[in-house]
Design a protein around this ligand. Sequence first.
Ligand code: PGA
Length: 256
Amino acid sequence: MPHRPYIVGNWKMNGNRAMLAEARAIDRAAGRYPDVQVALAPPFTLIGALREAVTAMGVGGQDCHAHAKGAHTGDVSAAMLVDSGADFVIVGHSERRKDHGESDGVVQAKADAALANGLGVIVCVGETLDERDAGKAVSIVAGQVDASMPVGEGTSDAVALGKVAVAYEPVWAIGTGRVAAVSDVIEMHAAIRARLIALYGEAGEKVRILYGGSVNAGNAAELLAAQGVGGALVGGASLTADAFLPIIAAAGNGEA
Ligand code: PGA
C-alpha cells in the first residue's frame, strides 16, 4: 500500500448519543495507530457531538446535497457538514443510489460540492450481483468512476492533497457477510486506478481506493494486504470498538 491506510466506519442509520462511548474507545485506538488514518461517519444527528468527543480521528457525513442552501426539505449541505465539525463526506453509497435514485451525475455534483467546501470526499462505486454474473463488473464500475468523480474547480488540488478517495463496494457484499474474492478486488482496484489516472493524470495515484462490503476482524488483514487496496469502508463492524479495533490494528500492522 503506497498510502497511509484509511479505515472509515460508516454507521449508516445507526447510533445515538449513548454510542459516543464506542466512538471514544475507537478514537483512543486511533491514537495508538498514528500510521493509520481512522474516521467515522455517523448519522447527521451525531456529527457535532462526535466532533466534540474525539481527537484522533476524522468525522464525516454519509451524504450531502449538491446545493449550498435552499428549499430542499430534509437535506443537508456540504457547508452545513463543515459547520457541524465534519471534515469529509461519503457520497454515492449504493444505498443512496438505490433508495434515493441517485445517478452518477448527482453523485458527481455532491462530490464537487464537498470539495468546494473544503471537505474530503469518498465516492462509492460498485456493481450488483447481476452485473457481476453477466461479466460486466469492471465496465460498470469504470463507468461509475468516470461519471461520479469530482471534476469541479479545485479538484486537482484536492486530489494532490489526498482529499479524494474511492470506495469499491460490490453491492452484493454489503451487509451480507459475502466478501469479494481477493483476486477480484485486486482486478477491480487496478481497473479503478487506471480510470483515475485517465481522469486526473499522474495525480490519480494519490486517490486512495478503499474496499467495502462485509469487512470484519477475520478478513481485514487479507483484504488490506491486497495489491491496490488503500483502506476499508466498514459498515456493521464499525458500530462497536470491539469489532472495529481489530480492523484498525490489521491496517496498522500491514505494509502501509
Ligand atoms: P458492511 O457495509 O461492512 O456492513 O457490509 C459496508 C458499507 O456499506 O459501507
